[in-house]
Design a protein around this ligand. Structure first.
Ligand SMILES: Nc1ncnc2c1ncn2[C@@H]1O[C@H](COP(=O)(O)OP(=O)(O)OP(=O)(O)O)[C@@H](O)[C@H]1O
Ligand SMILES: [Mg+2]
Length: 287
């Protein structure tokens, strides 16, 4: 018997095939250890991309302590959970952030994504398709650590940005995260960012150590996105709940974010139906 779920799924996919496919890129930002700067990287990258005319939507998928909204001075009244319950449509919960970036508050609701009933799934897939029509990038801010739902998000994303600091604990956890991703998909591109480095040589050493370990033990080549120095401007902008890219565009951290945006724009390929591919992979049942 073809159950209702299969019919509705086929319907949603059919709609997708009929519509024009919208090229986009989907990146997830993660770390092994918490508190290393993921959310600031997401905000900085999103705003730097926006500065060069890219349309960016951010999925705040940190189901722990979500703070992207706080960082950007936004006050969400509804979250993804309301969309899944059918109380809101996706467009109604999307927040307008600085420089035109959009934020989907998903800290509550994100863990339910992989076990949705048919109607919630259809509601979300249709919402995402509509959003995809007007956006170039989907950036995903995740919780730290090797949690099941985090790993699912990472595997569904086109590419992953892994943030670490030069601290040995952060580095060891970053390696563990590379290993988890690599075991599931050896081809998944992983970009590394070393944040909060006191001096450049410290960041270089961190990158070398991580590269050497992943090459030797996993045969995995990492992509280097770059380093962000310890920057009092960044701290100041966090306190003011404004992005450093907007508040101090010439600061060292804002310059680093600009360089990251340039590099990613050049090197991450546009996917014909990036948002849809992300969605399909996220909700695909595990074999
Ligand atoms: N380059 C930097 N220079 C100065 N301070 C920094 C820098 N990067 C991060 N910080 C400080 O570290 C704090 C934590 O950063 P952030 O919230 O981005 O980390 P996170 O990885 O998202 O944390 P969590 O795992 O809790 O989500 C910032 O609020 C800021 O105070
Ligand atoms: Mg965070």
């Amino acid at each position: 018997m073809i159950d209702q779920a299969s019919r509705l799924r086929a319907m949603a996919q059919g709609q997708q095939a009929d519509s024009t496919l919208f090229p986009s890129r989907v990146l997830a930002v993660t770390s092994g250890k918490g508190g290393v700067g993921k959310t600031n990287v997401v905000a900085g990258l999103a705003m730097s991309l926006a500065r060069v005319g890219q349309r960016v939507v951010v999925l705040d998928a940190d189901f722990g302590l979500a703070n992207l909204d706080i960082l950007l001075g936004l006050t969400p009244t509804h979250t993804l959970e309301h969309v899944l319950r059918g109380e809101k449509i996706l467009e109604e919960i999307i927040l307008d952030g600085p420089l035109g970036i959009k934020v989907i508050p998903a800290s509550s609701g994100i863990q339910e994504l992989t076990r949705l009933d048919t109607m919630s799934e259809l509601r979300l897939v249709q919402g995402l398709q509509r959003v995809a029509e007007t956006q170039d990038w989907l950036l995903i801010d995740t919780a730290a650590g090797i949690h099941d739902s985090v790993v699912k998000l990472l595997m569904a994303a086109q590419e992953v940005i892994l943030v670490t600091t030069p601290e040995p604990t952060s580095l060891v956890d970053a390696y563990a995260m590379v290993k988890v991703i690599h075991l599931r998909d050896p081809e998944k591109p992983i970009w590394v960012v070393v944040n909060n480095a006191q001096v450049e040589s410290e960041a270089e050493e961190t990158l070398e150590q991580l590269q050497a370990a992943t090459l030797r033990f996993l045969g995995k080549e990492l992509n280097i996105l770059g380093m962000i120095p310890t920057d009092p401007h960044l701290l100041q902008s966090v306190r003011q709940q404004r992005g450093v890219v907007e508040l101090y565009p010439r600061s060292p951290s804002a310059q680093a974010f600009r360089a990251f945006a340039d590099q990613l724009k050049k090197k991450v390929p546009l996917q014909k139906d990036g948002f849809a591919a992300f969605w399909k992979q996220l909700t695909a049942e595990e074999s």
